[in-house]
Design a protein around this ligand. Structure first.
Ligand code: GLC
Length: 545
């Protein structure tokens, strides 16, 4: 097995981690300062969301230079020191490659937009106006048209995301080479792997045409017109050959639009990445692309089916990143479970699944503390660009302001981006300045310090789970063998000698106690367990002797 299959990855959102400058946003030195904490979580890799030079239209996912650090985070020397210090803590640093698009402030785009015949003219996706307007009726993922007019060049450019994030033209071999060089730059610095952003959008269809509108605005999501276009894997095989093949780094692609059935082509021996973030289990409320004002009801059985299919598809060949939270999703304890549930128990139930399924667990900053979501009183309180786009779309679909705000409360990415809560001092110890996003109101009771002192805390649960993963190799090495498939509340499985039972409902449940095989309790979220019975949200791990 490879090191990244045995380890736990921590996704770190640097802007909200720790500010050492009193500027209100996190710094690389802040990460260095907290390496002891990260090590204590038992993790072996930290995936940092982008820290490269950026005007921050989308919090760093709009890169103006792939080989420079944004000054708000620090310097290249700080970054080099982070690589060096992290190694001493047995932690590899994983970089976020944002390769579908750059910032509109990137010199590549500035040059490309300057005329139709400059050397980088074909580095982005340019089209003439059609009948005096946008070439197609595609809606960008953050709302509004996916096309923006460029006066200088007298053409439109395509942006899957914000206007400040023009899409690169991967059909141009010079673009691909420049991107491979950037990735290799970070491997040379010591990167232990890459998370590859929004990768399903890099290949565009040969013909650009209007799609059937899916909203009152007469547009269709660009996702439905361009995601996962046939031929995309050719580019990615080339990426693999030029960047990662034969090197001790891992790759995990963000692959919205790739179904579990397609996983074998993407991962494993003959695939392009080591792992793929496949979203079906956390996007249960949406069919296709996220449309916050059109959520669908879902059940625990749907969640189980989604988890089962990604486990099954990678059973013989391939590996999964197990994850429930990230910087684009609301916190799960009070999103996945009925109102009024214990947040502590819900966080533990998710933590148990995260750390015991087959795959590499990805813990998202703050998940180890069981954070909840925020519900701010007005859309103006939100920073997240997608919250603003989704709010405007909801209004255009006829929802009232109150209803549109309720959608933002439920799904906003800001819920996952509030500052890390270190202690109960002002601003939760995150900054001595004004935090860029308000600190969650519960920070006085819920923070690293209070949870460190409480053996029943979510933090201790995560630390124990990490220890257990190291002790019981069946949790990393053995096959996933589901039990109680038809049960509508309990997720249960065997991993070698280990037995895992998690009640995903807020009601007590029973099952055939023989399935426990007289296993001995290794970890349980309640003080005691009765064979064949689970209390609300109970999570138990047993070892068969
Ligand atoms: C990915 C990132 C998200 C970003 C988007 C555009 O989905 O996770 O945060 O907004 O790509 O780069």
């Amino acid at each position: 097995m490879k090191w990244w299959q045995k380890t736990i990855v921590y996704e770190l959102y640097p802007k909200s981690f720790l500010d050492t400058e009193g500027q209100g946003t996190g710094t690389i030195r802040g990460i260095i300062e907290k390496l002891d904490y990260l090590e204590s979580l038992g993790i072996g890799a930290v995936w940092m969301t982008p820290v490269c030079l950026s005007p921050m239209v989308d919090n760093g996912y709009d890169i103006a230079d792939y080989c420079q650090i944004d000054p708000s985070y620090g310097t290249m020397e700080d970054m080099e020191e982070l690589f060096a210090q992290a190694e001493k803590h047995h932690i590899r640093i994983v970089m976020d490659l944002v390769f579908n698009h750059t910032s509109d402030q990137n010199p590549w785009f500035i040059e490309s937009s300057s005329s139709k015949d400059n050397p980088k003219s074909s580095w982005y996706i340019w089209r003439d106006a059609k009948d005096g307007r946008e070439p197609t009726n595609w809606r960008g993922i953050f709302g509004g048209s996916a096309w923006t007019w460029c006066e200088k060049r007298q053409q439109y450019y395509l942006h899957t995301f914000a206007a400040g994030q023009p899409d690169l033209n991967w059909a141009d071999p010079d673009v691909r080479k420049a991107l491979y060089d950037a990735a290799n730059f970070w491997i040379d610095k010591g990167a232990g792997g890459f998370r590859i952003d929004a990768i399903t959008y890099i290949r565009k269809p040969d013909v650009f045409e209007d799609g059937k509108p899916d909203g009152e605005d007469g547009m269709i999501s660009v996702h439905d017109m361009t995601a996962n276009t046939p031929g995309i894997l050719e580019y990615l095989h080339e990426f693999k050959e030029n960047v990662t093949e034969g090197k001790d780094v891992f790759t995990v692609g963000e692959a919205n639009g790739v179904s579990a059935a397609e996983l074998p082509e993407w991962v494993g021996e003959n695939g392009v990445f080591d792992m793929l973030f496949e979203f079906s289990h956390i996007n249960l409320e949406f069919k296709g692309i996220e449309t916050w004002c059109r959520p669908r009801p879902w059940t625990v059985s749907d969640l189980k089916a989604a988890l089962r299919s990604s486990q099954n598809m990678t059973k013989d060949n391939g590996w999964v990143p197990v994850f429930f939270e990230n910087h684009d999703k609301p916190r799960c304890p009070d999103h996945f479970f009925p109102k009024g549930c214990s947040r502590n128990k819900a966080a533990k139930a998710i933590g148990m699944i995260l750390e015991t399924m087959r795959g590499t667990p990805f813990v998202y900053q703050g998940q180890e503390l069981g954070y909840g979501n925020v519900a701010w009183p007005s859309i103006d309180c939100y920073n997240d660009i997608s919250s603003h786009g989704q709010y405007a779309f909801a209004l255009s679909e006829g929802l009232s302001e109150t209803e549109a705000l309720a959608c933002v409360h439920r799904f906003s990415r800001d819920s996952a981006r509030t500052p890390m809560q270190w202690d109960d001092s002002a601003n939760a110890g995150f900054t001595s300045g004004t935090p860029w996003l308000p600190v969650h109101e519960d920070y006085r009771s819920d923070n690293v310090k209070t949870q460190s002192d409480d053996p029943d805390s979510v933090l201790h649960w995560y630390m124990k789970l990490a220890e257990i993963r190291k002790t019981y190799s069946d949790l990393t090495d053995s096959a996933y063998d589901e039990m109680l498939e038809e049960d509508s509340c309990i997720l249960a499985y065997r991993r070698g000698r280990m037995r895992i039972f998690v009640n995903l409902s807020d009601q007590p449940c029973t099952y055939d106690g023989n399935l426990e095989d007289n296993g001995k309790t290794v970890l349980c979220s309640y003080p005691s367990h009765t064979k064949g019975e689970l209390q609300p949200l109970e999570a138990i791990l047993l070892e068969v002797l």
